[in-house]
Ligand binder design. Structure first.
Ligand code: GLC
Length: 436
């Protein structure tokens, strides 16, 4: 009996240790990602020639497949300047970039040995468009992410073609050929570029078993033990990938990233003028980091390789704001619940500095509730101007902390969002009046 208990205990410890180790290695792999906060998504493909929906336009029968593919002839990349792209991305404050190596249309941006449907063989660009960007991003210390669509609506062995048109239903020989092809291309981009992150998409069309998602994950980690994987691998990814919808409540996932367009399109679409303003992008970004996430902000370069002026402007404005407020943004963690402060907040890694993001021009002093700590100092991030505060409603007989009122004069306000730093006497301690 004793022996059995001992054996059970030993195996439990073994299992638990294994789990803890796994968690440890995941945490260390995702360390840079957690601190990165901002990434730039790049949707670049032949769809930019006509300025239509990436891949979806033929899938949804808005254009015939033949006409969609005619865009190959117009994809020339003549003004592609990867050094300039990388510089702009660095200027925006982003710490990583994710480029569409292959979208659902199956057009690879590299010289794939496994399919001629690529920019080298089939477009006037005639070259690998990934390599020079990867090199330039690395020079700028930007981590490399590659988007890869698991589904490929152009591949003759892939079952789905258009919304109401399938190539076949059950044919395991063809399906297995496709799986092999996918593995080959995935291994190819790992070998060619050794990315830090693989951003899968299109997983919804098949199950984890059919994709061999587990084996894909193993392959990636075998090629690069530090690689991280987004969630679109049917349960085998590392972090959650909400798309377009800004989370209203703080997501439960420890690691997450909101991917978002600047207007309403991923790829370049000249007709889409519904751009968010720089203020709106910054406001959304503040919300995301306040809830402990990353923003993956999309740009859609034109077929000649130029980045639309509107998009450049947003990146530059965001960059200016990021530079000024960098210590409140990068290497921080999620802030405090909205009950304590009416707006986005972040905390320094050690929890001793609280940053408040002012989303408007205050009508009077700011109010903070329930902070048990003593305040060492309060200043405007980026300018260093010290601010005055006073404490009200601190009854000597009550445990409830006083209200902190902070004066913010007009002249310290940022054009977009002003950030206030609050130095505390130790790690932040919030008073919880739900616990009696
Ligand atoms: C969707 C779309 C795709 C786009 C992606 C970006 O999954 O299928 O067109 O590239 O979102 O997150």
């Amino acid at each position: 009996m004793k022996k059995t208990i001992l054996i059970i205990a030993a195996s439990l410890i073994f299992v638990f240790n294994g789990f803890a180790q796994k968690q440890d290695s995941k945490d260390s792999r995702l360390q840079w990602f957690k601190n990165a906060k901002l990434g730039i998504f790049i949707h670049w493909g032949i769809y930019s020639v006509n300025g239509i929906d990436e891949s979806w336009s033929f899938y949804n029968n808005l254009i015939s497949y033949e006409d969609y593919m005619k865009q190959l002839n117009g994809f020339n990349a003549i003004n592609y300047d990867p050094a300039k792209w990388a510089k702009l991305i660095a200027q925006s404050g982003a710490k990583y970039a994710v480029l569409t190596s292959k979208h659902h249309d199956g057009v690879a941006l590299w010289d794939s040995k496994f399919s001629d449907l690529n920019t080298v063989k089939k477009t006037p660009a005639h070259r690998d468009l990934i390599k020079p960007l990867v090199d330039n991003l690395r020079k700028n210390n930007i981590k490399i992410g590659l988007y890869f669509s698991l589904l490929d609506w152009s591949n003759p062995n892939y079952p789905n073609f258009k919304r109401n048109e399938q190539r076949y239903k059950n044919d395991s020989t063809r399906w297995n050929k496709f799986v092999q092809f996918n593995f080959n291309q995935i291994a190819e981009i790992m070998d060619n570029y050794n990315p830090d992150l693989i951003w899968f998409d299109g997983d919804w069309e098949q199950s984890a078993e059919r994709w061999h998602a587990k084996e894909i994950r193993e392959l990636l980690l075998k090629k690069n033990k530090n690689v991280i994987i987004n969630s679109r691998l049917r349960g085998y990814g590392d972090y959650a990938t909400p798309e377009q919808g800004l989370p209203i409540h703080k997501p439960k996932d420890k690691y997450w990233e909101l991917c978002m367009t600047m207007n309403d399109s991923w790829g370049y679409q000249g007709n889409d003028k519904n751009y968010k303003t720089p203020y709106q992008v910054i406001r959304i970004f503040a919300d995301v980091i306040s809830n402990g996430g990353n923003l993956l902000l999309d740009i859609g370069p034109k077929a000649d390789g130029t980045i639309p002026v509107k998009q450049v402007n947003i990146l530059k404005e965001l960059g200016r704001w990021n530079r000024k407020h960098s210590r409140a943004i990068f290497n921080t963690k999620a802030g405090i619940p909205r009950d304590y402060f009416d707006g986005p907040t972040t905390l320094s890694e050690d929890g001793k500095t609280l940053y408040l993001f002012l989303t408007g021009k205050p009508n009077g002093p700011l109010m903070l509730k329930g902070i048990t700590n003593k305040i060492n100092n309060i200043w405007v991030v980026g300018s260093g101007i010290k601010l005055k505060h006073d404490i009200k409603m601190k009854a000597w007989w009550s445990k409830i902390p006083g209200l902190i009122f902070i004066d913010v004069p007009d002249y310290v306000l940022d054009k977009y969002i002003t950030v206030i730093g609050i130095g505390l006497d130790g790690e932040i301690k919030l008073f919880d009046d739900t616990k009696k």
